[in-house]
Design a binder for this molecule. Structure first.
Ligand code: NIG
Ligand code: FE
Length: 420
């Protein structure tokens, strides 16, 4: 396992960088085609500008020559269910044989089968299972990640998932935002008592876990096979009482009106949104809510209902792209592959896809002041890529490029030998 402190400090002047367009804020304007320097000191970006304009105050720092490599901010994966027991290849086979996601769920498979495996696993076992998944994402430059609960569906098991999420952040030295998703599915012991379970989520589970400092945001799966609009609002009210931001699994299988509701609660994001209406788009636009696109789930479920990208674009709703890593609908461990699929399946442009896995993904986590952009005053999270043009990041299918990664001010990977 990776430990941040085992890696060298990134402090110094990183020279000869090509800054990815729109993903960096220079302190001194960059002439067309000029190579840039990024100054890192005490783990923070201190200055960004043309190589030739480096302020004298930084002249004595060590220098690392990037020779024209493309620099992006550290990637942000803003929607994952990374911590769970077991796997669901069996359902994959069932769906290939014609069963729908809803049919599998109604037959006792789906989320509830991951709940059984997650409840049966210890905290250490869950950590050991999630660690290589996290490592795969980090190796591609992820520097901040959201991890949801939602496979415990009982206080002790939701706690276990969230504690593992926190431990992963500490052990790997990566920014982890935890999201409580107690309202993900109805646990089997509450069959036929969905209102009782919603009450438990709102009055016991969420307040207890929030008091333990385990919850950064609150999410609900608002859907025919999950929670109603009224129950979703009840959870949002509980979150509001605790001062926690909300987000929503919204309009994935049908238009429930969840996005408009979430926007009324100032949601950070509405995620999936294949069936999002024009009214939902307008509400998100007014609230500044991010649209999180999850092409891995769309692809795995062989969905045909496209999220309304042109209308989101026209309304100026920021669009993020994420893995939605989970064992049921998106067993994906490459954010770059998701960028590719967002372009190919959803027709995002390359700049949109790259903003979607950086700047807009950071906003979907409330991290827009610190992550998703190369700029002075932020923690040093950046990735150097051996590509001729930024489009290559979305173009290759499953390439896992060699790259050099600075995360939280440390050189955690230097496959390109820039720091060497
Ligand atoms: O984001 N849509 C609901 N939740 C997950 C799937 C969870 C599962 O099937 O285990 C999602 O797609
Ligand atoms: Fe999800």
């Amino acid at each position: 396992m990776e430990s941040l402190h085992a890696h060298p400090s990134a402090d110094g002047v990183w020279q000869g960088l090509r800054l990815a367009e729109g993903l960096a804020v220079p302190d001194v304007a960059l002439p067309e085609g000029a190579l840039a320097s990024v100054v890192v000191r005490q783990g923070q970006v201190r200055w960004v500008g043309p190589d030739a304009a480096l302020p004298a105050a930084f002249a004595a720092l060590p220098r690392w020559q990037a020779g024209g490599l493309l620099a992006t901010p550290g990637l942000v994966d803003c929607h994952t269910h990374l911590v769970y027991g077991g796997q669901r290849a069996h359902e994959f086979a069932l769906r290939l044989a014609g069963a729908s996601y809803e049919e599998v769920a109604r037959a006792g498979g789906g989320i509830v089968s991951s709940v059984r495996a997650t409840r049966a696993a210890s905290e250490d076992e869950l950590f050991a299972l999630a660690a290589p998944r996290l490592q795969a994402l980090l190796d591609e430059g992820v520097c901040a990640i959201e991890i949801k609960s939602g496979y415990g569906l009982a206080l002790e098991h939701e706690r276990k998932q969230l504690r593992v999420a926190r431990r992963l952040g500490e052990a790997f030295g990566v920014t982890v935002r935890t999201t409580f998703l107690g309202a993900h599915a109805l646990p089997p012991e509450y069959a036929g008592r969905d209102q009782d379970y919603t009450d438990l989520v709102c009055h016991e589970m969420l307040p207890a876990l929030a008091a333990e400092g385990l919850v950064d945001a609150v999410d609900v799966f608002c859907e025919r096979i999950a929670f109603t609009l009224a129950q979703t609002e009840q959870v949002f009210q509980a979150a509001r009482r605790l001062g926690l931001p909300v987000k929503l699994h919204a309009e994935q299988l049908s238009d429930m009106g969840g996005s408009a509701l979430a926007a009324r609660y100032g949601a950070l994001s509405c995620d999936h949104i294949e069936h999002l209406s024009q009214e939902g788009i307008a509400a998100m636009q007014r609230a500044g809510t991010v649209a999180v696109l999850l092409p891995g789930a769309y692809y795995t479920l062989r969905d045909t209902q496209l999220p309304p990208i042109p209308a989101l674009r026209a309304a100026g709703v920021p669009m993020a792209v994420s893995t939605d890593h989970n064992p049921g609908t998106s067993p994906a461990l490459s954010l770059l592959l998701m960028a590719n699929m967002a372009c190919t399946l959803f027709r995002l442009t390359v700049p949109e896809a790259l903003a979607g896995i950086t700047t807009h993904a950071a906003r979907a986590l409330g991290l827009q002041a610190t992550h998703g952009l190369i700029a002075a005053g932020r923690p040093a999270n950046l990735v150097l890529w051996p590509v001729a043009e930024a489009a290559e990041l979305a173009y290759w299918l499953g390439q896992k490029p060699a790259c050099t990664i600075v995360r939280q001010g440390r050189v955690v990977r230097d496959a390109l030998g820039v720091h060497g």
